[in-house]
Design a protein around this ligand. Structure first.
Ligand SMILES: C[S@@+](CC[C@H](N)C(=O)[O-])C[C@H]1O[C@@H](n2cnc3c(N)ncnc32)[C@H](O)[C@@H]1O
Length: 282
């Protein structure tokens, strides 16, 4: 059985291979999911209190050395908190994504925008541009990058996401889980761990517009049972084509699955704590 649920497996893997690795999809393959079109609940739900999400504060659970957070930072997310239970990885990522890295990253971005403007080519729309409902700006993209990137930051922390998270309630607008749910499902005690992870993710999501995006190889008939309908007011599922990877067998029509879970508003903190308490005695 795969050992993707084991800390020592990941510590060894990251110690022996420090190259960035992308599970399933790179950011460009799933970027469109971080737009109002996907992050808003259906109109037929009781969404009177739900506004278009302000997706500034993101949490990436089981971040690995993927470049997802970097892509999101480039798209204007203000704060990206990455967690993983491999201390080897967290050390590597904290060293890599230093203050200096952030300064150079945003400098490069500004330079690219300036060149695009000078050449007259239309700049790649940032997520800021795509999120017109919430962040409509009359400024040029170049100016907007200047304005929005001051203080924007990506941080890395050790956490076992199948345990209580050390974040206060409602700390995040968006949680992204790419491959981590699948890794936890390799555990013999997976169902309790998955419940704990999802209940903690629910707790730390903003009550009004909190949303969780899960990228998985598992199809809805294998994954929907993992999601507790008490916690989520709506769950949508989508597919994305598996990217072609040179040297790997590519099955035409093969897909990955993307689940978008909308936090059920108005539960307060009672429900998640209740779920956590139930788990504690299992
Ligand atoms: C399949 S990899 C995905 C990595 C990255 N999200 C990506 O898309 O490339 C799973 C990651 O989750 C981490 N992980 C697995 N179980 C975890 C847990 N219980 N708590 C925190 N991290 C976990 C592993 O260390 C690994 O980095």
């Amino acid at each position: 059985m795969a050992r993707y649920d084991q800390i020592d497996y990941w510590d060894d893997r990251y110690a022996n291979d420090t190259q960035p690795f992308e599970w399933y999809q790179s950011y460009s393959g799933i970027r469109h999911f971080f737009t109002p079109k996907y992050l808003q609940q259906s109109k037929n739900e009781n969404t009177s209190s739900i506004t278009c999400p302000h997706i500034d504060r993101a949490l990436i659970v089981g971040c690995g050395n993927s470049q997802l957070g970097q892509g999101m930072l480039g798209d204007g997310f203000k704060s990206i908190t990455n967690v993983d239970f491999s201390s080897v990885l967290i050390k590597q990522m904290t060293t890599k994504y230093s203050e200096q890295w952030h300064r150079e990253f945003f400098k490069r971005q500004r330079e690219e925008k300036r060149l695009e403007k000078e050449e007259g080519s239309s700049p790649k729309p940032s997520l800021t541009d795509l999120n017109k409902h919430t962040r409509l700006s009359k400024q040029s993209p170049a100016k907007e990058v200047n304005k929005t990137t001051i203080g924007n930051k990506m941080t890395f922390h050790w956490h076992d996401v199948a345990k209580k998270l050390e974040f206060p309630p409602e700390s995040f607008d968006l949680i992204v889980c790419k491959g981590t749910l699948d890794a936890i499902l390799c555990n013999q005690n997976a169902s309790n761990k998955v419940k704990m992870m999802l209940s903690e993710c629910h707790r730390v999501l903003d009550d009004r517009h909190g949303v969780m995006v899960i990228v998985s190889y598992g199809a809805p008939d294998e994954r929907m049972d993992c999601f507790d309908n008490v916690l989520w007011s709506e769950i949508k599922s989508y597919t994305v084509p598996k990217p072609f990877v040179p040297g790997q067998n590519h099955q035409v029509g093969a897909e990955h699955h993307v689940y978008i879970l909308f936090k059920r508003a108005g539960l307060g903190s009672a429900s998640p704590r209740h779920v956590g308490a139930e788990l504690a005695v299992l």
